[in-house]
Design a protein around this ligand. Sequence first.
Ligand code: BGC
Length: 872
Amino acid sequence: MTVPAPHVRIEHHEQPALGIDETAPRLSWHLEDAPAGFQQEAYEISWTLEAADGQAREQDSRRVDSAEQVLVPWPARPLGSRERAVLAVRVRDAEGAWSGWSEPVVAERGPDLEDWQAQMVGPGYAEGVGLHRRAPLLRHEFELPPLPVQQARLRVTAHGLAEVELNGDRVGREELLPGWTPYHERLRVHTFDVTAQLRPGRNAIGAWLADGWFRGRFGFEGGTWNIYGEHVGLFAQLEVTTEAGTEVITTGPQWRSAPGPLTRASLYDGETYDARLHPAGWSEPGFDDADWHGVEIHELDRAVLSAPDGPPVRCTEELAPVEVTRLREGTYLLDFGQNHSGRLRLQVPAAEPGHEIRVRHAEVLQDGELYTRTLRDAAATDELLSTGEAMRWEPRFTIHGYRFAEVSGWPGELAEGSVVSRVLHSDMQRTGWFRSSDPLLDRLHENVVWSLRSNFVDIPTDCPQRDERLAWTGDIQVFTPTAGFLYDVHGFLADWLRTLSSEQARLGGTAPVYAPWIPGGRFWREDQDIAGWGDAATLTPWALFEDSADAGLLARQYAGAKAWVDKVAAAAGPTRLWDEGLQLGDWLDPSAPPENPLEARTDPHLVATAYFARSAEVLARTAQILGRDQEATEYGALAAEIREAYRGRYLAQGVGGTSSDPLHDTQTAHSLAIVFDLLPDAEAEARAGRRLAQLVREGGDTIGTGFAGTPVITEALSRTGQLEAAYALLLSRTSPSWLSTIDLGATTIWERWDSMLPDGTVNPGDMTSFNHYALGSVADWLHRVVAGLAPAEPGYRRIRIAPRPGGGLTSAAARHLTRYGTAEVDWELDGEELTVRFTIPAGTTAEVDLPGREAFTAGPGRHEERTHLPGG
Ligand code: BGC
């Protein structure tokens, strides 16, 4: 049999992996369409190591008898500063047949500390103070030897946001670089291969700079600015290799600066581009910058420079309007048919010089007009002042969340094709899919995908549209399992978890309600320990581990996870009940009135103690995986004590269906008790499940959960044999429910169940976003239970195939690109006859558990099984 060549990855990086920090990155590979019965017995890695200047090549290879194929250790000596490795992998099966070699992959280190020569430079003129400072341009010309450029790397970061041009052309397609980290702790450098953009002789480099998160207005109640400093700056190092050696061109005192054509650039408010102020040819050699200013050098501790773990933000799709309505002369309302994050690109016809075109954005309409109250203090308005000539324009340093846009000041008729919406988010690989026989359910799943895309914008934000866009820890905590299935979010979230850890280190263990931390207005303080939110420190790394089995990530996050549990243990004290202090609890359950999202049905301290138990348990398991046996025992014992305390307090009060105390006999209380294993035995669990199902029925199959209960309620029902109630809830079209939002036209997941009220008007509350992923965490259950695809052990080396048809669905399917390759389940129900087809990737086995059949195991390959639904 022929063994196909493996597909290889370096850590969680894109290819080519340039400028990475790891000196010994791990390798993973998978085989698509391996022959049935294939088993890897050995692998061979061959590599070439090359110094930064292309000299000193070393070649070697290594064979290892091993079935491992995920995150295997680096085979070569550690990579030195700017060293490059090109590697290929092949695998051998049990009969001794070798696969072909994989496509070569590249791992290239960034510079060691002493190899940084660049300085942080900012405008050398007085920018003025205040909110909207004109965005500067920086430029520099340099001479290269009269020889072909063999290799060139541009490393860029900024205080603020930067976009670089070389010889008049933009470098890369990355947006909003360098993203958002606590800049003085960690500043990410992006590395570009710019070999093709340079030429022998005279060259020019230029950069656009903007305020971004660094000093732009951000945060609550009007926000604050200069959050990280008063001065924007660019830090760039260009390393160019020719036959004559390597030249290093850097930002430094010889650069020039001038105010640019962006007279206003804000993430929340949008930007204004005065095309008349654009200096033609400014990033090309020969431009006369005599009237430009010098630059100012700003302090930078180069030890904070670091490579990103995840992919950058890019435009991943363009949406054409599905409907264009002329509102008045020159004013058009555009419907892109899909709520998303991004910005428009306009092809503007000729007009008078200085003619102004304005674009406003909104998620919803009311009375045929944009409805912008829900944006709160974000103006989300972009403006173009035209030169008079026809031109193409897209804002540079802003991003909005919208489905609708209003374009005003348009000269003449808006021709087809003159406006597209560019969808922007972190450019992660899609890895998960779901479909079913129910179009509404499929739309719900699509909405989850779109809310993920809209909010994975460098950091995991709560929402893309209003004046927040903060990485709320609770939101990502509940959503990580879903996200990990749908996209390869490992690099993205591993990177953000570094931020969380660094905030925690500063705050003595507290994992704040959002990270990076910025001033929190009247309500939020950085030292608040909030259940469900701070638990991102323990549960998000764990959820990623379940998908990828990346123990390295667990190890890196261990200190933060432990610090969080210790912090909560101290707050709870010897009773082990976390029953004092502010808690967000089951935030935004449907009973919460518009003016108070905190006023949920379930006792917030019950939620807090439940999360405390869960985090202690997960920490114990984490410690065990990391070989920290002593701590595993200690935290295991702590978790047991919390469960005891929880039972002592809450079982008596009604959790588990024993009595009906209104604060404890709720959908969320029972669901958490079941899914977090808080009940004493199977009987108690079954009773809780029955009571939960009864509550669902009594509520007319409507949902009664908020951020804490929603991710677990369907799981709690299916786990306790109440599948019918789970489906009734999932498929209910009576508000509040998932599908009733679809009936009201939702194309993303809403922040609250009734962001739009059943009469089609917008909820009057302040917390009314139409694009928050938390309530979309039910998609995890669609994948695991409805379609029936889940890891049976972390990393999918053992896969669980266990579909649970119901709710009148006649088919469902899910597919996930695991680290081992594609795993897929696809079932069809014909009367009571269930046909299940599934594909198991090479290197894994499946535990198959079909209704009405004994469980069995299956090996790699495609399978088809039939069974009768029991009771049929
Ligand atoms: C955010 C949420 C967040 C919550 C916490 C809101 O403003 O949008 O998603 O988790 O605050 O209170």
